[in-house]
Design a protein around this ligand. Sequence first.
Ligand SMILES: Cc1ncc(COP(=O)(O)O)c(C=O)c1O
Length: 380
Amino acid sequence: MKFETLAIHAGDRPDAAYGAISVPIYQTSTFVFEDVDKTRGYDYSRTANPTRKVLEDTIARLEGGRVGFAFATGMAAETTIIHLLKAGDHVISADDVYGGTYRLFQRVMRDFGLEFTFLRMDSRQRIEEAIKSNTKMLWLETPSNPLLNITDIEMAVDIAKKHNLLTVIDNTFATPYFLRPIEFGVDLVVHSTTKYLNGHCDVVGGAVVTTTDELTQRVQFLLNTMGTCAAPFDCWLVLRGIETLAVRMKQHEQSAIAVANYLNGHPAVKRVYYPGLSSHPGHEIAKRQMKGFGGVVSFELKKGVRAVNSFLRGVKVFSLAESLGGAASLAEHPATMSHASMPKEHREKVGITEELIRLSVGLENIDDLIDDLRQALEPN
Ligand SMILES: Cc1ncc(COP(=O)(O)O)c(C=O)c1O
């Protein structure tokens, strides 16, 4: 079955009990045993839940992986899989990952004895030079948040395999519709399902897809032990969102290209970050490894923070809010919002400037979106 069909039919549906076409929400903590030591397949909803299972199976099929796991948030998913490591292990991470990922690594996991090196992942030599005897994991985010940097996954996996490192990709921005990292040999895919997979800004959630039985067992153990799983109703919302993922992603991308081109030609704009532009340094790699470039566009304004504030106050169709991937277009200021948890020096080093604005291009009519950007960029 093709992607669009799997998005609607993967997993155990329609439901076996009454044939409901919509996956039932098994809003239950526990399940009655048939007999001593004999369940009907489920015993307790932290361990597994039938609604969650349909979502997990669907995401695993869409990513082309072994087994999926649904978590309470994207950060719960990340927190769980970073616990595959132990004190003394070293992780090489992309340097402009989501601010919350950076905070988890630097402000929490370091205190538990993990070591992190943050790098721009665009050079084989730079990555190889950072590998130490205790390096165990490569953590990638491509396209990255908020700079839309592109990592050559084939190159990263090649390095990882030579040095016996586990590769993790945060595939939140591209979604499996545009990028299937497991086809390149990545070991684990992680998602904030809060974003495009759900697509309607009405839930927070996360997911992990494994590629081997060993990883599956270890992630299942950690999820159950740490209790980081998603709730049934939240799983249902994400499942409903996924049914329309393909059509939404096509439209997000089409509008994002129009927005990127518009901003690129605007005199108030210093620089546009969008992997679909031929001027983007990762454009050729993105073209090779992705089916599309996604719906997030970042840009810098020439006239500094005052111009940024005036733009963010001026938008009317775009809403000033964190997050991305929903039907409603959003605009945000990474330095003070999504990436405020990154220290200023690190932000400046990686290029997340005070002038940077990130747009999540939604599903409104493109003429209304461009008109909104125009009036916010050119106030009288
Ligand atoms: C790329 C990326 N990964 C992970 C996360 C964390 O996800 P959540 O907010 O669902 O915990 C986010 C949130 O913005 C994100 O953008």
